[in-house]
Ligand binder design. Structure first.
Ligand code: NAD
Length: 370
């Protein structure tokens, strides 16, 4: 089948664009590693493209959606989060946008787990000690000790796809789990994890009998050794339970001074100045972050304070950055494949052309028949 669709990708997403080319699409890929200026995206839409492939770096609002609403038919976002897209503006111009859920779930969950381990076991200061030739002796507790993850209690904030995947991994480390989610409590999954914990204990695989339960937010923060955040960025007005600055001066004070905070969801969920202050005052034991209010992390970020460097791990929005997860052209394995599939579904009218039935379209509400 020959398709004459024109597509502009704001970023190189690898071989997946060739799937489009072999179907007859004309695809232009922005060649630089940095995001293109918004004015260029607007110009491309004005030039009459049918589809736009975007990343979380591209701000998409009425200026983009309204630039040529009769020719632009779909925006395919290469990410599960879509807080860079103004949903109301997309709906106003009746332009569906897609995302890439599920295929990055395990990679992002395991990265949260690894960040937690690296932080608690002080892997960064320990490697520095070795590399900087400051490893003078073996000693029972000098120059520092880390904290075990095994057997500890984790609070998982947000029990959607990634939160549940992290819970599955934590169960393997004999952790107890406190769950918090104001909108979605998956009791079937949590009960199944409890059954696994029961079996591990009954068969002597786990020494302690571990547990998992949903609790209120305050209780989760108060009782956890690790708090891991897995929520979408929801600004005030976008949800009855917004997540913008969910972790702030007040809520950080609910955590134990021995507890660690992990965030690979979205940066603005954490008030960074309040977090840096909490770390400086040793009100929490440490934090590991993959995402920031402003990315890339600015040179003057309070998180770069050298006095907290030993207990503040910083990563470059890297949680989904694993080879298969990012680049596989298989829509069941890779973000690239799933992104392109979302675009094809809309442009080629799969699912009988019914946008509300297309699995990767986010703003289905704009297309529901009243
Ligand atoms: P999801 O929609 O499956 O799960 C999010 C969960 O958060 C939902 O269950 C929702 O009910 C819950 N939630 C909403 N408001 C909440 C609140 N106030 N308190 C607690 N929970 C709340 O999404 P997902 O696939 O699990 O992804 C979660 C987020 O992770 C994405 O939105 C994205 O921003 C981020 N993410 C980051 C990376 C990375 O590379 N760092 C990769 C993938 C996803």
């Amino acid at each position: 089948m020959e398709n004459k669709f024109r597509v502009f990708a704001t970023c190189d997403i690898g071989d997946a664009v060739n799937l489009l080319r072999t179907r007859g699409y004309e695809v232009e890929v922005y060649p630089k590693p940095e995001p293109p200026p918004k004015s260029l995206i607007v110009d491309k839409v004005k030039s009459g493209i049918d589809g736009l492939i975007t990343t979380l770096r591209d701000p998409l609002d009425a200026e983009v959606f309204g630039a040529s609403p009769r020719t632009l038919k779909v925006v395919a976002q290469y990410a599960v989060g879509f807080d860079n897209i103004n949903r109301a503006d997309a709906n106003r111009y009746k332009i569906p946008f897609t995302h890439t859920p599920d295929v990055l779930t395990e990679a992002t969950a395991e990265f949260a787990f690894f960040m937690m381990g690296a932080l608690a076991r002080k892997m960064w200061p320990a490697e520095h000690l070795t590399r900087d030739n400051e490893w003078g002796y073996w000693h029972p507790y000098l120059p520092f000790l880390g904290d075990e993850v095994t057997g500890k209690t984790i609070a998982v904030i947000g029990t959607g796809r990634i939160g549940l995947a992290l819970i599955k991994k934590c169960a393997g480390f004999d952790m107890n789990v406190l769950c918090y989610d104001p909108a979605y409590e998956n009791h079937n999954y949590i009960n199944a994890i409890q059954e696994v914990m029961n079996l591990r204990h009954a068969r002597g695989i786990s020494k302690e009998h571990n547990w998992i339960k949903y609790v209120p937010f305050e209780e989760a923060l108060h009782d956890a050794d690790f708090v891991s955040i897995h929520v979408p960025l929801l600004r005030p007005g976008e949800s009855p339970t917004p997540t913008y600055h969910l972790f702030n001066e007040r809520t950080l004070r609910m955590m134990k001074p021995t507890a660690f905070l992990i965030n690979d969801s979205r940066g603005p969920v954490v008030d960074e100045a309040a977090l840096a202050q909490a770390l400086r005052e040793n009100r929490i034991a440490g934090a590991a972050l993959d995402v920031y209010a402003k990315e890339p992390l600015p040179a003057d970020s309070p998180l770069r304070d050298p006095t907290i460097a030993d207990r503040c791990r910083l990563y470059p929005h890297f949680a989904s950055a694993a080879r298969i997860t990012r680049l596989s052209t298989d829509p069941d394995k890779g973000m690239a494949g799933r992104c392109v599939q979302g675009l094809i579904d809309v442009l080629e009218g799969n699912y009988g052309g019914d946008i509300t039935k297309m699995p990767f379209v986010v703003n289905k509400e704009a297309f529901a028949k009243s």
